[in-house]
Design a protein around this ligand. Sequence first.
Ligand SMILES: [Zn+2]
Length: 368
Amino acid sequence: MPSLSKLFGHDSAQQVLRRALESGNLPGTYLFVGNNGVGKGALAQAFAQAVACLNPQRQPFDACGACISCREALRGHNPEIVTLSPAGEQMQIWQFWDRDNHPPGVLTHSLPYAPSLGKKRVYIIERAESLNESAANSLLKVLEEPPEYALFILLAAHTARVLPTIVSRCQTVRLFASPVEELTEYLKSTLGVEPSRAEVVAAYAEGRVGQAIRMAQHPEVGTEIERILDFAEGLPVAPHVRALRLAEQLRKLSGQVKALSGESTSSESEKGGGEEGGKERVGRQQLATVFDILIAFYRDLLTLSVGGEAAKRVVNRDRLTKLSLLAQQGTPERWISCMDSILLARRWLDANANITMLTETLTMRLLR
Ligand SMILES: [Zn+2]
């Protein structure tokens, strides 16, 4: 896990966080907001390490990497930096506080005690939008006034879906995607990703560093992308009557997307119950990833149908011949409206719309 100084992007967020650290006047509760895959988790970990560090570097402020707290954090085992993810679809009250018939709640057994390794206890709460009402209510008091040795970092894709009583208690920090060119360069020069792969991955991830790294590191990602593109190539020429059949294929296809959606890495955090809810969430994540690839595919068609200089920016260059032919099947307006339809479907997906209905509406819009 890179330290604050070695993280890619998020310059303005880092500035805000460093200033708070340097001033010695750190808020007790943060809310990091940004699209899935933008890198909230990595920033939270790096920030947590810097906050807990016993001997932080100055100018710029960062973790030392050598003290006991840092060493444990780097090994991924610092018991005072705790990450909580929802058990299933929702974050439940028993994950925080002791309740009958459940594993011990994290806060009950740590929050009352000052840290012994590092300077602070840090609690990173993933997907804060999934806090159900009773869990959220149980946290209001500690979020309002945590012990001075504790820091809470909540992560969420959008503030609109986090309970307002929670948002109002947090200092909000927004994270944004980076320019695709800068991300490509970072993947190539710092992470050693092969150049053509780095370009493709950065474009698919639309500048979101977390998603790009996930895509770059999985060997099966290439195969999964090819499968989605094979499917996509059938769309511009398919007759309207096949919409429902294609929607079914789309759902099946997204169920096979594992490496791309990071499913293998997130399944760890699903333990602790809520099996069904977890599956549902993974399904949505998988479909969102397929949408990302489809958007890049239609953007290529648009680029090619506009032609000229822009045509050099085609992402799926190894399919150039086929894509050029497909691009002639429609006008730039058609490809733009296809991209709009996918973006809209992605928003519905985030808003928990029914997946069957959502995919059927989408394919009906994509076909002529
Ligand atoms: Zn340290």
